[in-house]
Design a protein. Structure first.
Length: 303
């Protein structure tokens, strides 16, 4: 009979959540502006594995937070063994970052009828990765300098194409951004009213993440009844993470919206009351991103 791993699962949830709670208490959202255009040919991106594959879900938040805490500009991470295989080594005294992955273990138990029943028990496992700035002896392409990037002063065509392909009813006008679930449309102020193009597309990303909650799409419902309640706070955290993930995928810098500063206290209440919710929120945000990406033309090219 297989046994579940001996490590205590709640400890990992609590440790990760506590780190995020501490950032929020300092007024820092670890998923905003933790990247730099100094690496990866000037591109903004999610954290990347050594193979170039982007991380997803909660690991995006964990590694962005780690990058902020230690000032890493490079987005690439790898394990000790991966560095070794490349002929490199971790610099003495460096400490790695924790990332997690979900696994399942099979366990045989007695059923109600006395017969053995095999059950699958989900659990999280953690492992350690290091930023390339902590590693010596890597091939030169891991530290390639950025090409100069022009400051965007107009609409970004690949972002325009992305949101057109989503297929949401996006209406422009007024001074507020929101998703109306009943009539099922996204409302957004005109492009010209935003301080820069990134702010406009980040707002669309946030509201389009909300758009995925409709019963005809991902049917995401946290029991939201009114503005500011716990269900509202949970959905807003999903949309906040979804916008961060989408902006990274589109190569756009995400800066915090001033009207979202008031959410921090409500997020703290949710996270301090439910140590697993940030994992749940990141998973929902990832599903929303996957849903929006799936609506793109098959040959669409990312930024």
């Amino acid at each position: 009979m297989s046994r579940a791993p001996k490590h205590t699962r709640p400890d990992l949830y609590s440790r990760v959540t506590q780190a995020i709670v501490e950032d929020l208490k300092r007024g820092v959202r670890p998923w905003t502006k933790p990247w730099s255009a100094e690496h990866l040919a000037g591109r903004i991106s999610r954290p990347l594995r050594h193979s170039g594959e982007p991380y997803s879900g909660i690991n995006v938040v964990l590694l962005w937070a780690e990058a902020v805490a230690h000032g890493y500009a490079a987005p690439i991470w790898m394990t000790f063994r991966q560095a070794l295989a490349l002929g490199a080594h971790i610099r003495k005294g460096e400490h790695g970052a924790t990332v997690v992955y979900a696994n399942r273990v099979k366990r045989t138990e007695a059923g109600d009828d006395g017969q053995d029943v095999e059950r699958e028990i989900p659990f999280l496992k953690a492992y350690t990765v290091f930023n390339v700035e902590q590693i010596e002896g890597l091939p030169a392409h891991f530290h390639a300098p950025a090409a100069p990037q022009p400051e965007p002063q107009q609409r970004v065509e690949h972002a325009e194409a992305f949101f057109r392909a989503v297929g949401a009813d996006i209406r422009h006008g007024g001074g507020q951004a929101y998703y109306a679930i009943g009539p099922d449309y996204v409302q957004c102020p005109p492009f010209e009213t935003f301080v820069d193009p990134e702010a406009y597309y980040a707002t669309l990303a946030h509201e389009c993440t909300h758009w995925t909650r409709h019963p005809s799409r991902l049917d995401r419902d946290f029991g939201r009844k009114r503005w500011g309640d716990e269900g509202y706070a949970r959905e807003e955290l999903v949309a906040e993470l979804g916008a961060a993930f989408l902006c990274a995928d589109l190569g756009l810098e995400l800066t915090p919206r001033e009207d979202h500063a008031s959410y921090i206290d409500s997020w703290l209440q949710v996270l301090e009351g439910d140590r697993r919710f940030v994992f749940t929120a990141a998973a929902h945000a990832q599903r929303a991103c996957d849903f929006l990406h799936a609506r793109q033309p098959a040959n669409a090219v990312a930024a």
